[in-house]
Design a protein around this ligand. Structure first.
Ligand code: KIV
Length: 264
């Protein structure tokens, strides 16, 4: 089977088919999520707080993210792999965005990039798309602007919702193939989804979006304090602590390695 493409996502929007996107930061989880059938893997800059031990996504660099994206591409066979352009790697001008986008496609072999912002980044998007770099947009509570927002707060309540809708239309016009809507009221996400020809991907944005995305450590119950919009389908943190403690006990009691793990 060939990899999913942005043409599949466009067809699913037309057909009203909903789909999931999941973050991944390494080849092992990429192969598991790919085998499970996830069609789109996001190498998010959420690697900052979920993988690299940073407080948030702001310190993540292109040089840190490219090896992770390359690992996700190598670990998957069918998924479309989208890589985040980290904070500071595209805002300056369209040329900067293009240079960074090209690095992700050439060095990581990612299939598309994602960047944050509305009207202010449309020239960057047009330049990337013109040169063959597919772009996913990201609106609402965009984590790279957490300092400007003064925390992780729902965006687009009341009249600022109209501004987010205008941004979404501008991103579509600029050539984005999909848009992530993060932490916005469900009613606004519904309006935007109905107004767009391209798919919306919700995270804390209600049920109306065409697709949903979650950070994999939240989905699997590995995150210590998950956000309210996440739902844990497994309790991997407890499972892993149990597993590690069982092994520790066997090592300490002289039970591991047993006969099955021993060579003669
Ligand atoms: O970096 C990330 O994981 C993201 C998702 C939350 C959409 O941008």
């Amino acid at each position: 089977m060939a990899r999913f493409t942005i043409a599949d996502l466009a067809a699913w929007k037309k057909a009203g088919k909903k789909w999931p996107m999941l973050t991944s930061y390494d080849a092992v989880t990429a192969s598991v999520f790919d085998e499970a059938g996830i069609p789109v893997l996001l190498v998010g800059d959420s690697a900052g707080n979920n993988f690299l031990g940073e407080e948030n996504t702001i310190p993540v660099t292109v040089d840190e993210l490219i090896p992770l994206a390359r690992a996700v591409v190598r670990g998957s066979k069918n998924a479309l792999v989208v890589a985040d352009l980290p904070f500071g790697s595209y805002e300056v001008n369209p040329e900067q965005a293009l240079q960074t986008g090209i690095r992700f496609l050439k060095e990581a072999k990612a299939h598309a990039v994602k960047l944050e912002g509305g009207v202010r980044v449309t020239e960057q998007i047009k330049t990337l798309v013109k040169h063959g770099v597919p772009v996913m947009g990201h609106l609402g509570m965009t984590p790279q602007s957490v300092n400007a927002f003064g925390g992780f707060k729902v965006q687009g309540r009341n009249e600022s919702g109209d501004e987010i809708l205008a941004d979404a239309l501008a991103l579509q016009e600029a050539g984005c193939f999909a848009i992530v809507l993060e932490l916005v009221p469900a009613q606004l996400a519904d309006r935007i989804t109905a107004a767009l020809k391209i798919p919306t991907i919700g995270i804390g944005a209600g049920i109306a979006c065409d697709a949903q995305v979650l950070v994999w450590t939240d989905l699997m119950g590995l995150t210590e304090k998950p956000p309210r919009f996440a739902k844990a389908y497994k309790n991997l943190r407890t499972e892993m602590i149990d597993g590690v403690r069982s092994w520790m006990a066997e090592v300490e009691n002289g039970v591991f390695p047993g006969e099955a793990q021993t060579f003669h």
